[in-house]
Design a protein around this ligand. Structure first.
Ligand code: AMP
Length: 380
């Protein structure tokens, strides 16, 4: 199947060509025609499936079909659970939109940035990507009017609920016109999503992408059994020995993330930390520098483990294990994306071993264990 067969117009097809998107991913094959037909859609798809383009492309196509001298007001609202995902979606919209005959202004709004600045930028915006809390702030200062929204997207709806945004999302939906198109994407469609589904969607088309190959199978996992005091040197040893050029190192606490970052930098490995105590500006900059390979290691708490699409990330290291097995899978899922092989290393102490056993059981896969006590970490 080609993008042309899905009903996209020439300028979008040219933009896709420029982005080297040759043919649609399965989620796009199904979502694009349904959205263009004006149907409500619920998609069960994970990050990495191509879901962003699955809703961004038909939305931009709908704009191509509108007159150029249309009234400029807010027509599309995309809700995202995190600031990083909001920026990412907005980036995808901008990168396609700037190539189009009928361009569309989009803006991402999220907390941690001055409200005034965003209020000014809202002028002439037709597509707004927002985190729920910040959107309600903008509504309460009457900077945003949601009365003419024609299309609502709830992206990563499950994550939105996990982060406790249910009430905010419900309040936002109450402010929208009753007649509108709705799209909901979620990694799972378990019972907790049902409320939100009933609240937002009407008679939706369901799209579920079953992956041919479990992405976990594409990730080579190893666990290095070690003592707590040897974790720092072992991390540096692995970075040197395995010649790791780019990796995310996950920590469970902000304090550890900061300590690990300091130690890496002291030892000549460029690293930056990304966690909730960092300002939005610092988080965006760190992610950008990492994507552009200006720094070698991004040290992150679980904040960064979902929704962030970093191209060609070959390696993820768990300096500490996450509490939930689900988070372990999200963390290692940063690598081995879109069919590429990835590697995931975990540094595991005796105390963490039982927990690691539970993670493996939940994941349904055994991880190779390596005893790192014998490694000579002397000069690292
Ligand atoms: P997403 O699941 O939306 O985060 O997308 C995952 C990755 O797939 C992103 O890097 C996209 O740029 C890329 N992608 C999405 N659709 C296509 C396509 N049809 N062809 C090639 N790459 C794509």
């Amino acid at each position: 199947m080609s993008f042309k067969a899905l009903g996209l117009s020439k300028s979008l097809l040219d933009a896709l060509n420029k982005h080297e998107y040759e043919s649609p991913f399965p989620i796009q094959e199904q979502a694009i025609p349904a959205i263009l037909e004006g149907k409500d859609v619920q998609g069960i798809a994970k990050t990495g499936s191509g879901k962003t383009a699955g809703f961004v492309l038909p939305i931009l196509e709908l704009f191509q079909r509108k007159p150029r001298d249309r009234k400029l007001h807010l027509k599309v609202l995309i809700l995202s659970p995190t600031r990083e995902l909001a920026q990412q979606i907005s980036g995808v919209i901008s990168s396609f939109s700037e190539e189009l005959a009928n361009s569309v202004k989009n803006l991402a709004v999220y907390g941690g940035v001055k409200l005034n600045q965003q209020m000014v930028q809202l002028k002439d915006t037709e597509i707004l990507v927002a985190t729920p809390g910040r959107l309600l702030d903008l509504v309460s200062t009457q900077s945003v009017n949601l009365a003419k929204i024609e299309l609502l997207v709830l992206d990563e709806a499950d994550k939105m609920l996990d982060l406790g945004f249910k009430e905010e999302v419900a309040n936002i939906i109450k402010l929208l016109p009753k007649k509108r198109q709705n799209i909901l994407f979620s990694a799972t469609l378990d019972t907790k999503i049902l409320d939100l589904k009933h609240l937002a969607l009407q008679d939706p088309v369901t799209i579920e992408i079953t992956e041919d190959e479990d992405p976990i199978e594409l990730i080579k996992q190893s666990a290095y059994m070690t003592k707590p005091e040897r974790k720092g040197p072992l991390l540096r040893y692995l970075i040197h020995e395995k010649e790791i050029k780019k990796a995310i190192v996950f920590c469970s606490s902000i304090r550890t993330a900061d300590n690990v970052t300091t130690k890496l930098n002291k030892n000549g490995i460029t690293a930056r930390a990304i966690h909730s105590k960092k300002t939005q500006g610092a988080r965006t900059q760190a992610l950008e520098d990492f994507k552009l390979s200006r720094i070698q290691i991004l040290v992150a708490t679980d904040l960064a483990s979902r929704g962030i699409d970093i191209h060609f990330l070959p390696c993820v290291i768990n300096y500490e294990l996450p509490r939930s097995p689900k988070d372990y899978i999200h963390r290692i899922g940063r690598t081995g994306r879109a069919g590429a092989m990835g590697e995931a290393f975990s540094l595991v102490t005796d105390e963490e071993e039982h927990h690691f056993y539970i993670i493996q059981k939940k994941m349904g896969k055994r991880v190779q264990k390596i005893n790192a006590d014998e490694f000579d970490l002397g000069n690292i």
